[in-house]
Design a protein. Structure first.
Length: 189
Protein backbone atom coordinates (compact mmCIF):
# COMPACT_ATOMS: atom_id res chain seq x y z
CA UNK A 1 0.00 0.00 0.00
CA UNK A 2 1.48 3.34 -1.02
CA UNK A 3 1.29 6.39 1.18
CA UNK A 4 -0.62 9.36 -0.17
CA UNK A 5 1.39 12.53 -0.76
CA UNK A 6 1.07 15.07 2.03
CA UNK A 7 -0.63 17.56 -0.30
CA UNK A 8 -3.26 15.02 -1.44
CA UNK A 9 -6.89 16.10 -1.01
CA UNK A 10 -8.67 14.88 2.10
CA UNK A 11 -11.13 12.10 1.38
CA UNK A 12 -14.48 12.40 3.14
CA UNK A 13 -16.32 9.13 3.69
CA UNK A 14 -20.04 8.85 4.35
CA UNK A 15 -19.83 5.32 5.80
CA UNK A 16 -17.64 3.99 8.61
CA UNK A 17 -14.61 1.82 7.89
CA UNK A 18 -15.08 -1.76 9.12
CA UNK A 19 -12.08 -3.59 10.53
CA UNK A 20 -11.09 -6.30 13.05
CA UNK A 21 -9.75 -6.16 16.59
CA UNK A 22 -9.52 -8.05 19.86
CA UNK A 23 -10.20 -7.01 23.43
CA UNK A 24 -9.62 -8.42 26.88
CA UNK A 25 -12.67 -8.91 29.09
CA UNK A 26 -13.56 -7.99 32.63
CA UNK A 27 -16.74 -8.66 34.53
CA UNK A 28 -18.73 -9.32 37.64
CA UNK A 29 -18.43 -12.47 39.73
CA UNK A 30 -21.48 -14.10 38.10
CA UNK A 31 -20.63 -12.90 34.55
CA UNK A 32 -23.81 -10.88 34.14
CA UNK A 33 -22.01 -7.52 33.86
CA UNK A 34 -19.08 -7.53 31.43
CA UNK A 35 -16.94 -4.89 29.73
CA UNK A 36 -14.50 -4.86 26.83
CA UNK A 37 -11.02 -3.62 27.69
CA UNK A 38 -8.41 -2.56 25.13
CA UNK A 39 -5.41 -4.88 24.79
CA UNK A 40 -3.12 -1.84 25.02
CA UNK A 41 -3.62 1.82 25.80
CA UNK A 42 -5.18 3.53 28.77
CA UNK A 43 -6.98 0.43 30.11
CA UNK A 44 -10.38 2.10 30.40
CA UNK A 45 -13.36 -0.07 29.40
CA UNK A 46 -15.03 0.59 26.07
CA UNK A 47 -18.20 2.58 26.78
CA UNK A 48 -21.54 0.84 26.57
CA UNK A 49 -23.86 1.89 23.72
CA UNK A 50 -21.81 4.93 22.70
CA UNK A 51 -18.67 5.49 20.69
CA UNK A 52 -15.20 5.02 22.12
CA UNK A 53 -13.22 8.22 21.62
CA UNK A 54 -9.48 8.05 21.05
CA UNK A 55 -7.05 10.21 22.98
CA UNK A 56 -3.28 10.50 22.81
CA UNK A 57 -1.78 8.70 25.83
CA UNK A 58 1.39 10.72 25.34
CA UNK A 59 -0.63 13.89 26.05
CA UNK A 60 0.57 15.57 22.88
CA UNK A 61 -1.37 18.50 21.48
CA UNK A 62 -2.43 17.24 18.05
CA UNK A 63 -5.44 15.87 16.22
CA UNK A 64 -6.09 12.22 17.08
CA UNK A 65 -4.98 10.09 15.35
CA UNK A 66 -1.89 11.83 14.01
CA UNK A 67 0.44 10.59 11.27
CA UNK A 68 3.50 11.11 13.50
CA UNK A 69 2.08 9.35 16.56
CA UNK A 70 0.69 5.91 17.45
CA UNK A 71 -2.53 7.26 18.99
CA UNK A 72 -6.02 6.29 17.89
CA UNK A 73 -8.34 3.30 18.05
CA UNK A 74 -6.41 0.50 16.36
CA UNK A 75 -7.96 -2.16 14.11
CA UNK A 76 -6.64 -4.42 11.35
CA UNK A 77 -7.90 -5.35 7.89
CA UNK A 78 -8.24 -9.08 8.55
CA UNK A 79 -8.81 -11.33 11.57
CA UNK A 80 -5.75 -13.52 11.02
CA UNK A 81 -3.51 -10.52 11.67
CA UNK A 82 -4.68 -10.79 15.30
CA UNK A 83 -3.20 -14.25 15.91
CA UNK A 84 -0.29 -12.85 17.94
CA UNK A 85 -2.40 -10.54 20.09
CA UNK A 86 -1.49 -10.64 23.78
CA UNK A 87 -4.25 -12.35 25.84
CA UNK A 88 -7.31 -11.73 23.65
CA UNK A 89 -10.68 -12.75 25.11
CA UNK A 90 -13.02 -11.30 22.48
CA UNK A 91 -12.70 -11.19 18.68
CA UNK A 92 -14.85 -8.87 16.63
CA UNK A 93 -15.46 -6.32 13.95
CA UNK A 94 -15.52 -2.63 14.71
CA UNK A 95 -16.85 0.42 12.87
CA UNK A 96 -14.34 3.29 12.73
CA UNK A 97 -15.03 6.88 11.77
CA UNK A 98 -13.91 10.45 12.18
CA UNK A 99 -10.27 11.13 11.45
CA UNK A 100 -8.73 7.86 10.19
CA UNK A 101 -5.11 7.02 9.46
CA UNK A 102 -4.63 4.00 7.20
CA UNK A 103 -1.45 1.95 7.48
CA UNK A 104 -0.09 -1.28 6.04
CA UNK A 105 -2.15 -3.65 8.22
CA UNK A 106 -5.16 -1.57 9.17
CA UNK A 107 -6.32 1.69 10.66
CA UNK A 108 -6.17 4.11 13.57
CA UNK A 109 -9.32 6.16 14.10
CA UNK A 110 -10.78 8.91 16.24
CA UNK A 111 -14.01 7.00 17.02
CA UNK A 112 -15.09 3.37 17.08
CA UNK A 113 -17.81 1.00 18.18
CA UNK A 114 -17.98 -2.81 18.08
CA UNK A 115 -20.27 -4.33 15.45
CA UNK A 116 -20.10 -8.11 15.97
CA UNK A 117 -18.39 -9.96 18.82
CA UNK A 118 -17.64 -13.46 20.00
CA UNK A 119 -15.61 -14.96 22.83
CA UNK A 120 -12.24 -16.30 21.73
CA UNK A 121 -10.06 -18.96 23.33
CA UNK A 122 -6.70 -17.22 23.04
CA UNK A 123 -4.88 -20.53 22.53
CA UNK A 124 -7.15 -21.45 19.59
CA UNK A 125 -6.90 -17.95 18.10
CA UNK A 126 -3.10 -18.07 18.19
CA UNK A 127 -3.00 -21.52 16.55
CA UNK A 128 -5.83 -21.33 14.01
CA UNK A 129 -6.63 -17.63 13.64
CA UNK A 130 -10.22 -16.86 12.73
CA UNK A 131 -10.79 -20.48 11.65
CA UNK A 132 -11.18 -21.65 15.26
CA UNK A 133 -12.57 -25.21 15.18
CA UNK A 134 -14.81 -24.98 18.26
CA UNK A 135 -16.65 -22.56 20.49
CA UNK A 136 -15.66 -21.52 24.00
CA UNK A 137 -17.28 -23.64 26.69
CA UNK A 138 -16.28 -21.77 29.85
CA UNK A 139 -14.92 -18.44 31.00
CA UNK A 140 -12.41 -18.38 33.85
CA UNK A 141 -12.98 -15.36 36.07
CA UNK A 142 -9.90 -14.34 38.05
CA UNK A 143 -9.70 -12.10 41.10
CA UNK A 144 -9.94 -8.50 40.00
CA UNK A 145 -12.46 -9.38 37.28
CA UNK A 146 -10.20 -10.52 34.43
CA UNK A 147 -11.98 -13.13 32.29
CA UNK A 148 -10.35 -15.81 30.11
CA UNK A 149 -12.56 -17.84 27.71
CA UNK A 150 -11.48 -21.44 27.03
CA UNK A 151 -12.69 -24.12 24.64
CA UNK A 152 -13.30 -27.64 26.04
CA UNK A 153 -9.92 -29.10 24.92
CA UNK A 154 -7.96 -26.16 26.35
CA UNK A 155 -10.00 -26.28 29.57
CA UNK A 156 -8.89 -29.89 29.98
CA UNK A 157 -5.29 -28.95 29.19
CA UNK A 158 -5.48 -26.09 31.72
CA UNK A 159 -6.71 -28.51 34.38
CA UNK A 160 -3.95 -30.98 33.58
CA UNK A 161 -1.28 -28.28 34.01
CA UNK A 162 -2.97 -26.79 37.08
CA UNK A 163 -3.76 -23.40 35.59
CA UNK A 164 -5.46 -21.44 38.40
CA UNK A 165 -9.21 -21.25 37.76
CA UNK A 166 -10.87 -19.59 40.77
CA UNK A 167 -14.33 -19.40 39.16
CA UNK A 168 -15.72 -21.04 36.02
CA UNK A 169 -18.69 -19.46 34.27
CA UNK A 170 -20.71 -20.81 31.32
CA UNK A 171 -19.41 -19.17 28.14
CA UNK A 172 -22.93 -18.82 26.66
CA UNK A 173 -24.05 -16.72 29.65
CA UNK A 174 -21.00 -14.43 29.51
CA UNK A 175 -21.24 -14.07 25.73
CA UNK A 176 -24.95 -13.28 25.99
CA UNK A 177 -24.25 -10.60 28.60
CA UNK A 178 -21.52 -9.14 26.36
CA UNK A 179 -23.78 -8.96 23.30
CA UNK A 180 -26.61 -7.48 25.34
CA UNK A 181 -24.38 -4.91 27.09
CA UNK A 182 -23.03 -3.53 23.82
CA UNK A 183 -26.25 -4.15 21.82
CA UNK A 184 -24.38 -5.98 19.05
CA UNK A 185 -24.75 -9.23 17.12
CA UNK A 186 -22.78 -12.43 17.48
CA UNK A 187 -19.81 -12.75 15.14
CA UNK A 188 -20.34 -15.99 13.22
CA UNK A 189 -17.66 -18.67 13.53
Amino acid sequence: MLAAPLDAPVLTLTEPVHAWRTWTLTGSTDGSDVRLLPIAGDGRPWPLRRAATAACTRRRAHAVPDLDCTCGIHAVIGPDLLRRTRDPAVLGTVALWGRIVEHLHGYRAAFGYPQRLRLACHLCLSMWGSRVPGACSVVVRHRGGRMVPLCAPHLELSRRYRYPMPRLLPAKRVEGALLSSYAVDLLPS
